[in-house]
Design a binder for this molecule. Structure first.
Ligand code: AMP
Length: 212
């Protein structure tokens, strides 16, 4: 069977990271998050990190050519099936991905995670993540572990862009620039809609039944 190629679309805090990592673990796929990689670059103060910092701080998407270099570079190196979290987010990114995949683009599946705005806002203020590894959890989980990552022992914190004003900017960008990407995949019969409300395990069941 052909190796799966899955892209995750969804508004901020819709669970892309959580579902992407579950999917990667259960289906033995490689996982890449452009947002997480951009935050790493910022932390390392790399040239790319410095260039993208103002965009992330303002809740805006970074220019296509920067994200494309990151995501396509990763795809070219990866072996076997993969899941991309947060890419593509604009029509030019989706079109370029199809161009790179060629005939393999037909087997791509785009999962759109959906949920009500009030629930997304609640998650954004509640979300905590590890400064060193992919661990993501809630404020209560972070408090229970004394602010230390249960997976790797590094410090837990809040994403700099996880405040409500920034969230609303990111939601606006999603509606203006990423919903057209969902339509693009829908028109070619590659879009799967997943209801993203519930525990991570419940949502993951929805993901699996859509992909089955
Ligand atoms: P995320 O971690 O997926 O919520 O992404 C965090 C931020 O990184 C976004 O709000 C954007 O500023 C930027 N970003 C991540 N992926 C992309 C992308 N494919 N295109 C443009 N900007 C992106």
């Amino acid at each position: 069977m052909d190796a799966p190629a899955i892209v995750l679309l969804g508004p901020p805090a819709s669970g892309k990271g959580t579902q992407g990592r579950l999917l990667a673990r259960e289906e033995d796929l490689s996982y890449f998050s452009t947002g997480k990689q951009l935050r790493r670059e910022m932390k390392a103060a790399s040239p790319l990190g410095k260039e993208v910092e103002p965009y992330l701080a303002a809740g805006q998407y970074v220019p296509d050519e920067l994200v494309l270099a990151l995501a396509i570079g990763w795809i070219r190196k990866v072996k076997g099936g993969w899941v991309l979290d947060g890419f593509p987010r604009t029509l030019p990114q989706a079109e370029e991905l199809d161009r790179v995949l060629g005939v393999d683009g037909a087997r791509l599946r785009a999962l759109l995670l959906e949920g009500p705005v009030a629930e997304l806002e609640r998650r954004v203020t509640d979300r905590r993540e590890c400064t060193a590894c992919p661990w993501t959890g809630t404020r209560v989980q972070a408090e229970l572990s004394g602010g230390v990552c249960p997976t790797c022992g590094a410090t837990l914190g809040q994403r700099h862009d996880d405040d409500l004003e920034n969230f609303r900017q990111r939601l606006k960008a999603f509606e203006e620039l990423t919903l057209p990407v969902a339509s693009y995949y829908e028109q070619s019969g590659r879009l799967l809609r997943v209801w993203g409300v519930g525990s991570p395990e419940e949502v993951f069941q929805n993901v699996q039944s859509e992909l089955a």
